[in-house]
Design a protein around this ligand. Structure first.
Ligand SMILES: [Zn+2]
Length: 66
């Protein structure tokens, strides 16, 4: 994370919006397994997919694009 903060000035405001969209309203999980387990628990395993966030380095669930 440090490298990213140090180089923040290289990024424009769209990155901040992207960060907010990626992390702001989503739960973060420590592993893909944990994220998938939560999706399954909610009966959403087929509707959500997991991805590793390159901002917070945790895993998020997001709705599958149809
Ligand atoms: Zn994130």
């Amino acid at each position: 994370m440090d490298w990213w903060l140090r180089n923040r000035s290289d990024f424009d405001a769209s990155i901040d919006r992207d960060l907010e969209r990626s992390c702001g309203s989503k739960d973060a999980y420590p592993s893909e397994e944990a994220a998938r387990a939560v999706a399954a628990m909610n009966g959403m395993a087929s509707k959500l997919f997991t991805y590793r966030c390159h901002y917070c380095e945790f895993w998020h669930l997001t709705r599958q694009k149809t």
